[in-house]
Design a protein around this ligand. Sequence first.
Ligand SMILES: Nc1nc2c(c(=O)[nH]1)N[C@H]1C(S)=C(S)[C@@H](COP(=O)(O)O)O[C@H]1N2
Ligand SMILES: [Mo]
Length: 164
Amino acid sequence: MTASAGEPEWLHGHPHEPNLVTPAGDGSFLLVTPAGEELISPTALRTLPQTTITQCMIVSTGHGASGPFSFAGIPLAEVVEASMARANSRYAWESVDVIGADGFGARLTRGEMDSAPADRPVLLALTLDGSPLQRAAGLVRLIVPAEVHDALKQIKWVARIVLT
Ligand SMILES: Nc1nc2c(c(=O)[nH]1)N[C@H]1C(S)=C(S)[C@@H](COP(=O)(O)O)O[C@H]1N2
Ligand SMILES: [Mo]
């Protein structure tokens, strides 16, 4: 597949080996909706009720699998809906781009979020096996439990979340 002008390269496949350089940052990310932009910090997310998902594997293309891990955090759909509610917006979003500080990202459809089992939602994870995620592991990391054959959606260093 070929990327069209203006589209991120990651929409069309696996553009690079996993990034081994940890980008700087404190884990805060920008949530971009038609209603505006909101900066959300891991500290703010830690004040909300946490969801824990056990038995998560990170299946790397070429580097083997790691896990099983238990990740805890806030379901992505909840973060999006809470922000829309704060902005009084009724925008009918169809998908969400989650992009790391290194520019690598994934597009999640509303359908795949809605169809995830209630106890295995698409998650913005803050902890791994009960301890805060270190910056090298993402600090805030997208966990998509349904992705079991590779790890292209397990986005580390979440920096921007854009509704489309
Ligand atoms: N931000 C970001 N997230 C990323 C990547 C990346 O390059 N940048 N690589 C993905 C790929 S291809 C893999 S295999 C896993 C590796 O995760 P690990 O370092 O926890 O093993 O991270 C995924 N998430
Ligand atoms: Mo990978």
